[in-house]
Design a protein around this ligand. Structure first.
Ligand code: AMP
Length: 392
């Protein structure tokens, strides 16, 4: 069965076409700069990558081209062969704890939650509507980044604010990257050969979050009401003293919007180092002797370790720590620094094994009290799996 996994951003549309249940990738690609000029798309097919420059005014047009490419490369012979299209949605609030088939009520709820994910949820709706118009015969599903975290107990998702704010304003911890945390925790359990496990999953990319997963179920996660909580990220500050905001508004006469931009786009690794939000640049400038980059990296690693330690206690131990996403899969420096700071818990890094990028493997010695693994994440295949289950 042919299934499409789709991730629509405000000006982009990423897709992967699968043959399910085999999970073989037939074609993948990304449409970029939709509606903002100089648009183009890239397609990967049979190991070859092609780039096409084309004017893309909206997502529907991108979808039409996507279908044309699937047809011309004979990935499908007709539209009817596409049985399911799964869409990634960032915020599902408390409405959704699993993947569901799209209907008017589902769209209305995603729309209602736009204020909690103002950049992402409207884009997802645009993507869903474009897919519905172009491939009306396919089952459309929505896979929520927040769904995996809906199992958190109340003491973990509530903030210590006036109690009725949670109902009145929906203020609570929702978490993010749930599809990735679910994928790597399932895979980790497969590798361990059991499901009664205590796992700490570290999704460390440009955005970053850590989850505590017990017996395959999310117990806690570091992102909060929004994706700017918990870890220090590329440009996001993560956890800070909330009163800094009112203090700054007062001192600098800043508007909430200006502050929001600084906290989300000019903080984190970029804010501390003044160099870059990208770990590769930070590592390069540390090698060149930049002290602020060194400080940024130390703070970044320390915050990761703080959360691992917190979740180790919360889980009452840990069977494995997983590193995934851009930094987790690729930065041997960050992984090693994290593992070395965890020596107090008996973690013993295997430097040779850790000297790698983007491969699934154990990176601690056999006598390490907690094994650490790299597991490359695959959110697309999770979307395809859920969509296949609902479409068949
Ligand atoms: P993601 O958001 O998961 O796509 O992760 C993107 C981030 O991964 C980039 O901004 C970099 O900070 C990081 N990254 C990617 N490749 C490397 C690498 N080879 N070494 C260190 N960091 C990397």
């Amino acid at each position: 069965m042919k299934i499409l996994s789709v991730n629509a951003g405000s000006s982009s549309l990423k897709f992967t076409a699968y043959e399910m249940p085999e999970e073989s990738v037939l074609m993948s690609g990304v449409f970029e700069r939709i509606g903002i000029g100089e648009s183009f798309y890239t397609i990967k097919f049979n190991g070859e990558k092609t780039k096409v420059e084309v004017e893309l005014t909206n997502h529907k047009q991108a979808f039409e081209i996507l279908i044309k490419e699937l047809l011309s490369h004979k990935v499908v012979n007709s539209l009817d062969e596409i049985k399911g299209i799964g869409h990634r949605v960032v915020q599902g609030g408390t409405y959704f704890d699993k993947t569901v088939v799209v209907n008017d009520d589902v769209i209305a709820k995603i729309d209602e939650l736009c204020s909690l994910a103002p950049l992402h949820n409207p884009a997802a709706i645009t993507g869903i509507k474009a897919a519905q118009e172009v491939v009306p015969g396919a089952v459309q599903t929505v896979v929520f980044d927040t769904a995996f975290h809906q199992t958190m107990p109340k003491e973990n998702y509530l903030y210590a604010l006036p109690y009725d704010w949670c109902d009145k304003y929906k203020i609570r911890r929702y978490g993010a990257h749930g599809t990735s945390h679910k994928y790597v925790s399932m895979r980790m359990n497969e590798l361990l050969g059991r499901t009664d496990t205590k796992l700490i999953t570290c999704h460390i990319g440009n955005g970053a979050s850590i989850s505590a997963v017990k017996d395959g179920i999310c117990l806690n996660t570091s992102m909060g009401l929004t994706p700017n909580a918990g870890l220090i990220m590329g440009t996001r500050c993560g956890d800070i003293d909330a009163t800094i905001l009112t203090y700054l508004m007062d001192k600098e006469n800043m508007s909430p919007k200006e502050l929001d931009t600084i906290l989300n786009k000019q903080s984190g690794l970029l804010g501390i180092s003044g160099v870059s939000s990208d770990s590769r640049d930070i590592e390069e400038s540390i090698a060149a002797g930049n002290e602020r980059s060194s400080l940024a990296q130390t703070m970044y690693v320390k915050r990761i370790v703080d959360y691992i330690a917190k979740y180790y206690v919360e889980l009452g131990g840990c069977d494995a720590i997983v590193f995934t996403a851009g930094v987790g899969e690729n930065s041997k420096m960050t992984r090693l620094e994290v593992m070395e700071r965890l020596a107090v818990l008996g973690v013993k890094a295997d430097k040779e094994a850790n000297d790698c990028r983007g491969v699934e493997k154990v990176i601690t010695t056999s006598d390490s009290a907690i094994p650490c693994y790299i597991i490359p994440t695959d959110e697309e295949v999770m979307i395809a799996r859920d969509t296949y289950e609902l479409a068949k």
